[in-house]
Design a protein around this ligand. Structure first.
Ligand code: GRF
Length: 206
């Protein structure tokens, strides 16, 4: 586990203001909430954006009284239109960071420019290896012995922005998609406070 010295936001007493964008299970979202509750990171989760009312993330937000914006991508004609709607909803929060924790939609320059260097994505590989769809299967197919997870800044090219933090996960000969995904997600959860601290300190330092 990381030491408190590494995981605590040290540059300011004001909590980092974070919104989460998530489409799925929400285990990283839940980890972020737990880290803020336990003061492992000095942050406030202001809102969740989700495109899926059946998602675990949606339920976690409800259970924790986190303001939730359900924006179904099918209701928008273009990716840009959806991004404008996201901005409209988030602009009232004076956000420091947006964490994409399993947000299954490509975002456009509209959102990326509005929150330049403030949007973080979690990708289940050691970037720059295995960008894009199903990085876990890509690693299994490539028969590599080590994969992992990466926290990186979101830029227009998918899975290509500045790397904030990474953790390696060995692949065993008996691994399948399920078992490997479980270990990668455990690594993501462990790394989350450190990655948020790195991003937060960079922002507070300007
Ligand atoms: C994470 O494993 C992340 O690597 C990928 O989406 C997954 C989301 O998982 N981008 P969860 O919804 O946080 O459990």
């Amino acid at each position: 586990m990381f030491s408190p010295a590494l995981t605590t936001i040290s540059k300011s007493k004001d909590p980092l203001r974070i919104a989460v964008m998530a489409s799925g299970k929400g285990s990283n979202f839940a980890t972020l909430l737990k880290c803020t509750e336990k003061n492992i990171i000095n942050a406030k989760v202001c809102a969740l954006i989700t495109n899926n009312s059946d998602s675990g993330a949606f339920k976690i937000a409800k259970d924790n009284q986190i303001r939730t914006y359900l924006l179904n991508h099918k209701n928008y004609n273009t990716r840009e239109e959806l991004d404008y709607k996201i901005i409209e909803n988030l602009s009232k929060y004076s956000l420091d960071l947006i964490l994409m924790a399993g947000w299954m939609r490509i975002v456009t320059n509209i959102l990326i420019d509005k929150y330049k260097n403030r949007i973080i994505n979690i990708h289940p590989s050691l970037l720059p290896s295995f960008k894009g769809f199903d990085a876990i299967q890509q690693a299994l197919d490539a028969k590599v012995k080590i994969t992992g997870c990466t926290y990186h800044i979101v830029v227009p090219d998918v899975d290509s922005g500045k790397i904030l933090a990474q953790a390696a996960v060995p692949i065993n000969s008996i691994d399948n998609h399920h078992s490997l995904k479980e270990r990668i997600q455990a690594a993501e959860h462990k790394l989350l406070p450190y990655a948020i601290s790195i991003a937060g300190n960079a922002i507070r330092e300007g």
